[in-house]
Design a protein around this ligand. Sequence first.
Ligand code: IMP
Ligand code: MG
Length: 179
Amino acid sequence: MSTLIQPGTVLLSAEQIAPIVARLGREISRDYTGRHPILISLLKGGVVFLADLIRQITIPHHIEFLQVSSYGGGTTHTGGVKIVTDLAVPVEGRDVIIVEDVVDTGMTLAYIVEVLRLRNPGSLEICALLRKRVGTPAGIDVRYLGCEIPDQFVVGYGLDYRENFRHLPFIAALDPDPA
Ligand code: IMP
Ligand code: MG
């Protein structure tokens, strides 16, 4: 058990997260007026963000879920990405917005974008709450970005360390860093 590992420095409090999510909701509502986008949340980390985001979106939209695995349960990328649970609906011709919690190496998004493009969506954009300052790979354009954070492993607001800490209403760095 990881009982010695606890969330440490708070990077974003609940009070700081709320206006960021509200801004993203306004931007999406503005850009998709007259359309009917489908927001695809990446399970499980993106689910708290999605729940708050859609309550800030004022236009009609659908939500769907896609579960991929990229991390082996720790804090380092295993290198592989695979679909664990696929979408329940086709996205051909639809305006798709991928809703991601955090972009780290960008490998997860690169894979998902590649898979979804093959399904011929009408459009495909990315909304990410956090992006680490590590340099996102070419071809990954985060159209709707909450904020950039230092290259630290963070938990809370849906983000986990070995499935723990998702329930925290704030985002904190792990302390001590187990990496
Ligand atoms: P990437 O493929 O390296 O961009 O990693 C993206 C995925 O890894 C995210 O969807 C998260 O599930 C997970 N991840 C990356 N960094 C963190 C972190 O700091 N805390 C928790 N999960 C993370
Ligand atoms: Mg995730």
